[in-house]
Design a protein around this ligand. Structure first.
Ligand code: MG
Length: 252
Protein backbone atom coordinates (compact mmCIF):
# COMPACT_ATOMS: atom_id res chain seq x y z
CA UNK A 1 0.00 0.00 0.00
CA UNK A 2 1.28 3.46 -0.95
CA UNK A 3 0.33 6.35 1.34
CA UNK A 4 0.88 10.06 0.75
CA UNK A 5 1.27 12.02 3.99
CA UNK A 6 0.89 15.78 4.25
CA UNK A 7 -0.10 18.43 6.78
CA UNK A 8 -0.65 22.16 7.26
CA UNK A 9 1.73 22.77 10.16
CA UNK A 10 4.79 22.35 7.96
CA UNK A 11 7.22 19.53 7.31
CA UNK A 12 9.08 20.08 10.61
CA UNK A 13 5.92 19.76 12.72
CA UNK A 14 5.93 17.21 15.49
CA UNK A 15 2.46 15.96 14.53
CA UNK A 16 3.64 14.91 11.07
CA UNK A 17 6.48 12.93 12.66
CA UNK A 18 4.01 11.12 14.93
CA UNK A 19 1.75 10.40 11.94
CA UNK A 20 4.72 8.91 10.06
CA UNK A 21 5.45 6.67 13.02
CA UNK A 22 1.81 5.60 13.29
CA UNK A 23 1.73 4.74 9.56
CA UNK A 24 5.15 3.12 9.20
CA UNK A 25 3.84 -0.45 9.29
CA UNK A 26 0.97 0.25 6.88
CA UNK A 27 2.97 0.50 3.66
CA UNK A 28 5.29 2.71 1.66
CA UNK A 29 5.10 6.30 2.88
CA UNK A 30 5.75 9.42 0.82
CA UNK A 31 5.79 12.76 2.63
CA UNK A 32 4.99 15.92 0.67
CA UNK A 33 4.32 18.84 3.00
CA UNK A 34 4.56 22.64 3.10
CA UNK A 35 7.95 24.09 4.03
CA UNK A 36 6.31 26.27 6.71
CA UNK A 37 3.14 26.62 8.74
CA UNK A 38 0.08 26.85 6.51
CA UNK A 39 -2.68 26.49 9.09
CA UNK A 40 -6.05 28.04 8.16
CA UNK A 41 -5.12 28.28 4.47
CA UNK A 42 -8.12 26.09 3.71
CA UNK A 43 -8.17 24.74 0.15
CA UNK A 44 -6.07 27.46 -1.44
CA UNK A 45 -3.91 26.84 -4.49
CA UNK A 46 -0.79 28.79 -5.44
CA UNK A 47 -1.47 30.19 -8.91
CA UNK A 48 0.72 33.29 -9.16
CA UNK A 49 4.21 31.93 -8.69
CA UNK A 50 5.83 28.59 -9.53
CA UNK A 51 6.41 25.89 -6.92
CA UNK A 52 9.88 24.45 -6.28
CA UNK A 53 9.66 21.15 -4.38
CA UNK A 54 12.87 20.34 -2.46
CA UNK A 55 13.77 16.67 -2.05
CA UNK A 56 14.83 16.09 1.55
CA UNK A 57 15.28 12.33 1.32
CA UNK A 58 13.84 9.22 -0.22
CA UNK A 59 10.12 9.86 -0.78
CA UNK A 60 10.28 13.08 1.26
CA UNK A 61 9.61 16.52 -0.19
CA UNK A 62 8.94 20.01 1.07
CA UNK A 63 6.90 22.40 -1.04
CA UNK A 64 6.88 26.20 -0.91
CA UNK A 65 3.10 26.20 -1.13
CA UNK A 66 -0.10 25.17 0.59
CA UNK A 67 -1.32 21.75 1.76
CA UNK A 68 -3.47 21.53 -1.37
CA UNK A 69 -0.42 22.34 -3.56
CA UNK A 70 1.50 19.60 -1.73
CA UNK A 71 -1.09 16.89 -2.36
CA UNK A 72 -1.58 18.03 -5.95
CA UNK A 73 2.17 17.85 -6.67
CA UNK A 74 2.60 14.64 -4.68
CA UNK A 75 -0.04 12.78 -6.63
CA UNK A 76 0.55 14.52 -9.95
CA UNK A 77 4.35 14.53 -10.33
CA UNK A 78 6.40 13.54 -7.28
CA UNK A 79 5.05 10.01 -6.69
CA UNK A 80 5.75 7.43 -9.35
CA UNK A 81 2.36 5.82 -8.81
CA UNK A 82 -0.89 7.14 -7.46
CA UNK A 83 -1.22 6.55 -3.69
CA UNK A 84 -3.85 4.26 -2.23
CA UNK A 85 -4.50 6.76 0.58
CA UNK A 86 -3.83 10.39 1.44
CA UNK A 87 -3.50 10.97 5.18
CA UNK A 88 -3.07 14.49 6.54
CA UNK A 89 -1.96 15.63 9.98
CA UNK A 90 -1.56 15.26 12.80
CA UNK A 91 -2.79 18.83 13.14
CA UNK A 92 -1.71 20.70 16.25
CA UNK A 93 -5.22 21.66 17.35
CA UNK A 94 -8.78 20.47 16.73
CA UNK A 95 -10.57 20.46 13.40
CA UNK A 96 -14.19 20.13 14.44
CA UNK A 97 -17.40 21.91 13.43
CA UNK A 98 -16.73 24.97 11.27
CA UNK A 99 -12.97 24.41 11.66
CA UNK A 100 -13.13 22.07 8.69
CA UNK A 101 -13.92 25.07 6.45
CA UNK A 102 -10.70 26.88 7.43
CA UNK A 103 -8.41 23.91 7.98
CA UNK A 104 -5.46 23.21 5.70
CA UNK A 105 -5.21 19.75 7.27
CA UNK A 106 -8.73 18.84 6.21
CA UNK A 107 -8.19 20.54 2.83
CA UNK A 108 -5.21 18.28 2.10
CA UNK A 109 -7.50 15.28 2.59
CA UNK A 110 -10.18 17.02 0.51
CA UNK A 111 -7.67 17.40 -2.31
CA UNK A 112 -6.88 13.70 -2.07
CA UNK A 113 -10.58 12.94 -2.31
CA UNK A 114 -11.00 15.37 -5.23
CA UNK A 115 -8.26 13.39 -7.00
CA UNK A 116 -10.21 10.18 -6.40
CA UNK A 117 -8.07 8.85 -3.53
CA UNK A 118 -9.50 7.65 -0.19
CA UNK A 119 -8.37 10.25 2.35
CA UNK A 120 -8.16 10.78 6.09
CA UNK A 121 -7.44 13.94 8.11
CA UNK A 122 -6.13 13.59 11.68
CA UNK A 123 -6.09 16.35 14.29
CA UNK A 124 -5.12 16.54 17.94
CA UNK A 125 -7.90 18.35 19.75
CA UNK A 126 -6.12 19.00 23.04
CA UNK A 127 -4.13 22.06 23.98
CA UNK A 128 -1.13 22.61 21.75
CA UNK A 129 1.17 23.00 24.78
CA UNK A 130 0.57 19.39 25.84
CA UNK A 131 0.52 17.95 22.32
CA UNK A 132 4.03 16.47 22.29
CA UNK A 133 3.68 14.19 25.31
CA UNK A 134 0.08 13.20 24.61
CA UNK A 135 0.69 12.45 20.94
CA UNK A 136 3.56 10.16 21.92
CA UNK A 137 1.21 8.23 24.18
CA UNK A 138 -1.43 7.98 21.43
CA UNK A 139 0.85 6.84 18.58
CA UNK A 140 0.18 3.12 19.03
CA UNK A 141 -3.59 3.66 19.30
CA UNK A 142 -3.58 5.85 16.19
CA UNK A 143 -1.58 3.20 14.34
CA UNK A 144 -4.28 0.64 15.16
CA UNK A 145 -7.07 3.01 14.12
CA UNK A 146 -5.43 3.94 10.80
CA UNK A 147 -4.61 0.29 10.17
CA UNK A 148 -8.28 -0.50 10.64
CA UNK A 149 -9.57 2.38 8.51
CA UNK A 150 -7.18 1.68 5.63
CA UNK A 151 -8.13 -2.00 5.56
CA UNK A 152 -11.91 -1.61 5.60
CA UNK A 153 -13.51 -4.02 3.11
CA UNK A 154 -14.69 -0.96 1.20
CA UNK A 155 -13.63 2.54 2.14
CA UNK A 156 -16.75 4.73 1.82
CA UNK A 157 -16.88 6.30 -1.67
CA UNK A 158 -16.81 10.10 -2.11
CA UNK A 159 -15.94 10.43 1.57
CA UNK A 160 -13.04 11.63 3.66
CA UNK A 161 -12.75 10.68 7.29
CA UNK A 162 -12.03 13.52 9.71
CA UNK A 163 -10.40 12.12 12.85
CA UNK A 164 -10.03 14.16 16.06
CA UNK A 165 -7.97 12.74 18.90
CA UNK A 166 -8.95 13.81 22.44
CA UNK A 167 -6.38 15.72 24.46
CA UNK A 168 -5.84 13.01 27.08
CA UNK A 169 -3.46 10.13 27.73
CA UNK A 170 -4.03 7.12 25.48
CA UNK A 171 -4.86 4.98 28.53
CA UNK A 172 -7.84 7.27 29.29
CA UNK A 173 -9.33 7.14 25.78
CA UNK A 174 -12.60 5.20 25.93
CA UNK A 175 -12.86 4.22 22.27
CA UNK A 176 -13.83 5.50 18.83
CA UNK A 177 -17.19 6.92 17.75
CA UNK A 178 -18.65 7.99 14.42
CA UNK A 179 -19.83 11.59 14.72
CA UNK A 180 -21.35 14.55 12.93
CA UNK A 181 -19.97 18.09 12.82
CA UNK A 182 -20.98 20.33 15.72
CA UNK A 183 -21.02 24.13 15.73
CA UNK A 184 -18.26 26.42 16.95
CA UNK A 185 -18.79 30.05 17.86
CA UNK A 186 -15.84 32.42 18.21
CA UNK A 187 -16.07 35.53 20.39
CA UNK A 188 -13.61 38.40 20.58
CA UNK A 189 -11.41 36.77 17.97
CA UNK A 190 -10.20 40.12 16.59
CA UNK A 191 -7.71 41.86 18.86
CA UNK A 192 -7.08 45.57 18.34
CA UNK A 193 -3.40 46.45 18.89
CA UNK A 194 -0.75 49.07 18.08
CA UNK A 195 2.30 48.38 15.96
CA UNK A 196 5.75 49.64 17.18
CA UNK A 197 5.05 52.96 15.40
CA UNK A 198 1.71 53.48 17.16
CA UNK A 199 -0.47 52.60 14.19
CA UNK A 200 -3.64 50.59 14.76
CA UNK A 201 -3.47 46.93 13.70
CA UNK A 202 -5.72 43.90 14.16
CA UNK A 203 -4.72 40.33 14.99
CA UNK A 204 -7.24 37.64 14.05
CA UNK A 205 -7.27 34.56 16.27
CA UNK A 206 -7.53 33.68 19.94
CA UNK A 207 -10.55 34.97 21.84
CA UNK A 208 -12.97 32.56 23.43
CA UNK A 209 -14.56 29.60 21.73
CA UNK A 210 -17.85 27.94 22.55
CA UNK A 211 -19.36 24.93 20.87
CA UNK A 212 -22.72 23.31 20.58
CA UNK A 213 -24.00 20.11 19.08
CA UNK A 214 -25.88 16.91 19.88
CA UNK A 215 -24.37 14.04 21.86
CA UNK A 216 -23.12 12.46 18.65
CA UNK A 217 -21.30 15.62 17.53
CA UNK A 218 -17.51 15.72 17.22
CA UNK A 219 -17.17 18.21 20.12
CA UNK A 220 -19.29 16.20 22.57
CA UNK A 221 -17.60 12.93 21.62
CA UNK A 222 -14.06 14.21 22.10
CA UNK A 223 -15.08 15.89 25.37
CA UNK A 224 -16.39 12.52 26.55
CA UNK A 225 -12.96 10.98 25.96
CA UNK A 226 -13.53 9.21 22.63
CA UNK A 227 -11.76 9.53 19.31
CA UNK A 228 -14.15 11.23 16.87
CA UNK A 229 -14.39 10.04 13.26
CA UNK A 230 -16.63 12.24 11.09
CA UNK A 231 -17.36 11.20 7.50
CA UNK A 232 -17.31 14.30 5.26
CA UNK A 233 -18.06 14.80 1.60
CA UNK A 234 -17.28 17.64 -0.78
CA UNK A 235 -20.82 18.27 -2.02
CA UNK A 236 -22.08 21.25 0.01
CA UNK A 237 -25.54 21.16 -1.59
CA UNK A 238 -28.28 21.67 1.01
CA UNK A 239 -30.46 18.79 -0.19
CA UNK A 240 -33.46 19.46 2.06
CA UNK A 241 -33.54 23.03 0.78
CA UNK A 242 -33.86 21.81 -2.82
CA UNK A 243 -37.30 20.41 -1.98
CA UNK A 244 -38.24 23.27 0.35
CA UNK A 245 -37.49 25.83 -2.39
CA UNK A 246 -39.16 23.97 -5.24
CA UNK A 247 -41.81 26.71 -5.77
CA UNK A 248 -39.49 29.74 -5.57
CA UNK A 249 -39.77 30.59 -9.27
CA UNK A 250 -43.50 30.15 -9.85
CA UNK A 251 -44.17 33.86 -9.45
CA UNK A 252 -41.45 35.07 -11.81
MG1 MG B 1 -2.45 23.38 11.59
Amino acid sequence: MRILLSNDDGILARGLGVLEKACESLGELTVVAPDREQSATSHSLTLHHPLRPVRLGERRWQVDGTPTDSVLLGVGVLMEEKPDFVISGINHGPNMGEDVLYSGTVAAAMEGLALGIPSIAVSFSGTVLRADALLDSQTELLARLLGHLTSLPSFPPDTLLNVNLPGIEASQIKGVKLTRLGRRVFSDSITRMKDPWGREIFWVGGGSVEWSGPADSDFATVKDGYISVTPLHLDLTHRDQLDASADWWREL
